[in-house]
Design a protein around this ligand. Structure first.
Ligand SMILES: [Zn+2]
Length: 283
């Protein structure tokens, strides 16, 4: 049995990947999956979607899940506001589940856990919300059972999330866009395509992903967008005007050498633009 991940609704309350480090003190990385319940028995799936999407509740979750239904409201590449804890927000994928925890709810949540592990890490541990902050959440949910059921699922489609969700595309610090997801290499894909998709150079992408030869990428390999690309580490041959030209070519037309100097307190670019210097890229 497979499920559709519905991306038609988006929650605007989240921290975009490039801002996670600055906001929570840890870059966005996925280390766990956190199970929540949505509070009281009898609330509907649609009611919970409505709460997240239409109220400025100052809280959010990546997924809303109940028997047969999955909504992705925030891309897992961005941080939702669910943990009540900076590290939990920065490093986990948060699932809002129905508190009744029926057999069908377990089946659907287990399927999503299997899908997320396939995409973000085979052994991602499951966490109760109460491991992040003082709360009764997730109520009666039995995480050992979710884990058992998820591991019993043989195969789920590789790419059920096909379209970028609107919530993932937000202007951040002059970046052209915030990539919604990693790039999973299909037959015939090149790193060049992935670089275009993310709006970064092939070099930067290869370096960030530890790819030694850009011409040798394997089918099934995951290529991640450079998190924290709003800082630029000076390499041999870089000059401020070359860096500015790179940003212009990637859509950040407002950047100038003067702004870059001012933002980084550089008086003399010729002597101060040293290899290894970490430059903040202003808007
Ligand atoms: Zn919770």
């Amino acid at each position: 049995m497979n499920y559709i991940i519905d991306e038609s609704l988006s929650d605007s309350e989240f921290t975009a990947s490039l801002n996670v480090d600055g906001t929570f003190g840890v870059p966005r990385r996925i280390e766990s999956i956190t199970i929540h319940h949505w509070g009281s028995f009898g609330q509907t799936h649609d009611g919970v979607n409505d709460f997240f999407v239409n109220r400025n509740a100052n809280t959010s979750a990546h997924f809303v899940v109940s028997d047969g239904r999955i909504n992705c409201l925030v891309s897992p590449l961005n941080a939702s506001w669910a943990a009540g804890n900076a590290y939990g927000n920065a490093t986990s994928i948060h699932l809002e589940c129905r508190p009744e925890a029926t057999n069908g709810d377990y089946r659907t949540v287990a399927w999503l856990v299997k899908f997320l592990r396939d995409n973000y890490g085979a052994n991602l541990p499951l966490k109760h919300h109460r491991e992040w902050s003082a709360t009764a959440c997730p109520g009666i949910w039995d995480l050992a059972r979710v884990d058992r059921e998820a591991r019993a699922i043989g195969k789920v489609p590789a790419k059920p999330i096909a379209a970028p969700s609107a919530a993932a595309v937000a202007p951040v610090k002059g970046q052209k866009f915030v990539p919604d997801n990693h790039w999973r290499v299909d037959k015939g894909d090149t790193l060049d395509q992935a670089a275009k998709h993310f709006g970064v150079s092939v070099d930067k992408l290869a370096k960030y992903n530890g790819i030694k030869d850009a011409n040798k990428i394997k089918v099934g390999e995951r290529v991640w967008p450079p998190v924290g690309a709003d800082t630029w580490v000076v390499e041999k041959g870089d000059t401020l005007s070359k860096i500015v030209a790179w940003y212009h070519a990637n859509g950040h037309k407002a950047l100038t050498v003067q702004k870059l100097q001012f933002a980084n307190g550089i008086n003399n670019p010729a002597t101060e633009t040293k290899v290894g210097l970490r430059l903040q890229i202003p808007k």
